[in-house]
Ligand binder design. Structure first.
Ligand SMILES: CC(=O)SCCNC(=O)CCNC(=O)[C@H](O)C(C)(C)COP(=O)(O)OP(=O)(O)OC[C@H]1O[C@@H](n2cnc3c(N)ncnc32)[C@H](O)[C@@H]1OP(=O)(O)O
Ligand SMILES: CC(C)C(=O)C(=O)O
Ligand SMILES: [Mg+2]
Length: 637
């Protein structure tokens, strides 16, 4: 059936009460409420397959561990399972701690109240909870009662409840509390809700020390959360003996505003909140206690509930309810601490970097873009935060590489590698896992996966084949003026070649040797850093090269305990990338010169005179950048 053109005939706007002197909008929440978990009652009654005794048992223990002190454990008159479970809890020593109240629910029907009270036999602290719907809709459709009859039933059942609990000498071993819910409070006239509760209060006779709980449910969420807050403020202001009353909230989520309703209604004066973990419950659920608690936490107020291991809470909730926690559920959802999009990743990465630079501890004030909560505080790892798909940018990719390989990629390499990742995610049409990104990086820069070039052996000596220019007057010759001779064996596409070249330092002499093979690369950018701090520390070197005569730029990465070797590996990595990107690739590379293999091996001729190889050593002048870098590697700067 199509949607109605004119819904106003079928649906009427909720008529809010008129409360011009409301004060809640200017209030703030500065302390946690009394919490009641009704996972094992309201949550349980809405499940396709309600929990069995064992599941309830484990769930109850988790609730206690999390810090809940009031737990609605069952609807004992509903089933033997619920009755037996309640008795098992009470009769097993050490399961219900002395500070924990066990709460149970019954309708206003005497035989059911009797059975409910029986289930509490032996309890140390028990809250008996009765409910009766008070809205015109329920009075007319369900009960066929008027206000007077509703009130009379509530009072009669309260008196009966009192007679078999706190007034019964045989029940003296139990500390009794009483909760009454004018069910459908959100749709009940506020005046009538107060009237019924006044009558129930008179019947129970609460004290300041043991207040009565008036639970004011939004059994069905009827309107915007401010309307519920007005209703609660009205109740708080108009009920007598407020000090003998705990005003409790029980919002359902029909309009998706249960959390907001619970928060505004606390500002309006409520003391207590009933809800469930992740909001399980009838229809769209009860208010989510996790969100409420962590909303407080991120305002700097400890909720008194410990969600430091939220994953194990999720496991328990999902296995007991047989309903998955939604991936976008506030705080708990799988995707809540993840960012896929480039600009989010970039900002988050910068946020974490800033914390690192400032030496922030887990207690330091939290300010990270896009993340209202430190994921670590709820037991989530940073690794999961940034995830990469086709919407991601260089920042996210660099973050993964940093977390996985401890490599702090230069900006240019971030851009280059991010293009490779982008191609892959576009091609696959899905997210890439950190392990896949790492593998892609290792492949792209030949860290593990068959580089076309690899360094088998080498030595670098002073090149005495050409006399350095005599020192200027008044200056002495220094190692700065000495040229270097690289002699080594490299493997290209599985075949070993002896090569040699000269330059101002290690990199330029290897670049020269490669040039002699027809691979003409200039070093355009160089960056290195240490990985680790102890004796196992390694050097990571990044080199960007330009290919002579073309605009092509390639990056190479080298990692080694020895910084010089790391930079040579990085240059060969760049050469491999260059070679692989040439149109002829992957045809095995044929060196330009055929006589390179005739060169003496580095091991057999250490320190030999280079004169015989003069013609091989095209005397290339390294770029100023390379000279500077090499001077710093050689320790001469
Ligand atoms: C908003 C809430 O979540 S309220 C809690 C709801 N939870 C549950 O209902 C779970 C457990 N319930 C049950 O196991 C059963 O419904 C029982 C044991 C309570 C009652 O079972 P039954 O006697 O078979 O009756 P049924 O389930 O059809 O209940 C409807 C009857 O209860 C009456 N009723 C409903 N709510 C109340 C109430 N709060 N107080 C008194 N009577 C009530 C109805 O008017 C109806 O009476 P009728 O039979 O005279 O027309
Ligand atoms: C029994 C009452 C408190 C209830 O669950 C509701 O009104 O939603
Ligand atoms: Mg409910």
């Amino acid at each position: 059936m199509p949607m109605l053109q004119e819904p106003s005939k079928k649906y009427r706007a909720f008529k809010p009460l008129n409360l011009p002197d409301r004060s809640w909008p200017s209030k703030t929440i500065d302390k946690p409420p009394r919490w009641l978990s009704t996972d094992l009652r309201d949550g349980n009654q809405s499940l396709v397959d309600p929990m069995d005794g064992e599941q309830k048992w484990n769930y109850f223990q988790m609730l206690v561990k999390l810090g809940y002190k009031e737990i609605e454990v069952s609807f004992p008159s509903a089933s033997q399972t619920d009755f037996d479970f309640t008795q098992r809890l009470i009769r097993t020593p050490g399961i219900v701690p002395d500070h924990v109240w066990v709460q149970v629910l019954s309708p206003c029907r005497k035989e059911l109240i009797r059975r409910t009270v029986d289930s509490l036999k032996g309890a140390k602290k028990a809250i008996l909870h009765l409910y009766l719907a008070t809205s015109p809709c329920f009075q007319n459709i369900v009960f066929n009662m008027n206000n007077e009859e509703s009130k009379a039933l509530a009072v009669e059942c309260t008196k009966y409840a009192r007679s078999i609990t706190k007034d019964d000498p045989e029940q003296a071993g139990t500390e009794w509390a009483y909760e009454f819910s004018p069910e459908t409070f959100s749709d009940t006239s506020p005046e009538f809700a107060v009237e019924v509760c006044e009558a129930v209060k008179a019947a129970w006779e609460p004290s300041v020390e043991n207040p009565i709980i008036f639970n004011l449910p939004a059994t069905v969420e009827m309107s915007t959360p401010n309307v519920y807050a007005d209703q609660i403020e009205y109740f708080c202001k108009n009920i007598s003996e407020r000090e003998k009353i705990a005003v409790s909230l029980h919002p359902h989520n029909d309009r998706g505003c249960a959390v907001a309703a619970a928060e505004l209604a606390q500002m309006a004066g409520a003391d207590r909140v009933e809800g469930t973990l992740f909001g399980n419950g009838e229809r769209t659920g009860n208010v989510d206690l996790v969100t409420l608690a962590l909303n407080l936490y991120t305002q700097g107020i400890h909720p008194g509930i410990d969600f430091s291991d939220i994953t194990s809470v999720i496991d328990m909730v999902e296995s007991s309810n047989k309903i998955p926690v939604h991936p976008r559920q506030p705080y708990g959802g799988q995707l809540v601490v993840c960012a896929f999009s480039g600009s989010h990743q970039d900002a988050i990465k910068k946020g974490f970097q800033k914390r690192k630079q400032e030496g922030a501890t887990s207690e330091s004030p939290w300010q990270v873009p896009y993340l209202p909560l430190d994921p670590q505080d709820i037991g989530r790892t940073y690794e999961a935060i940034i995830r990469v798909n086709s919407q991601s940018g260089k920042g996210g990719v660099a973050w993964i590489i940093q977390r996985q390989l401890e490599l702090d990629l230069p900006r240019g390499l971030q851009i280059a590698f991010s293009k490779i990742v982008q191609r892959e995610t576009d091609m696959l049409g899905r997210e890439l896992l950190p392990t896949e990104i790492t593998k892609l990086f290792e492949q792209a820069y030949h860290l593990k996966h068959n580089p076309r070039f690899s360094l088998v052996d080498y030595d670098i000596t002073a090149d005495r084949s050409k006399s350095p220019a005599p020192p200027e007057a008044g200056k002495t010759s220094s190692s700065r003026n000495l040229r270097r001779l690289f002699r080594g064996v490299i493997e290209i596409d599985g075949q070993e070649h002896r090569i040699q070249g000269t330059g101002n330092g290690a990199i330029s002499s290897l670049a020269d040797a490669l040039r002699n093979l027809g691979i003409d690369l200039d070093v355009a950018e160089y960056k290195e850093h240490t990985i680790g701090t102890n004796k196992d520390a390694k050097a990571a070197t990044y080199i960007e090269c330009t290919a002579a005569g073309s605009k092509q730029r390639v990056w190479g990465v080298g990692i080694h305990h020895d910084v010089v070797q790391a930079s040579l590996i990085a240059l060969l990595s760049a050469a491999s990338t260059f070679l692989s990107s040439r149109p002829s690739s992957p045809v095995p590379f044929r060196p330009k010169r055929s006589n390179t293999n005739d060169l003496p091996s580095p091991a057999s001729s250490p320190g030999r005179n280079n004169d015989s190889n003069q013609d091989n050593d095209k005397d290339v002048e390294a770029s100023p950048l390379v000279s500077r870098l090499e001077a710093s590697i050689n320790g001469t700067q």
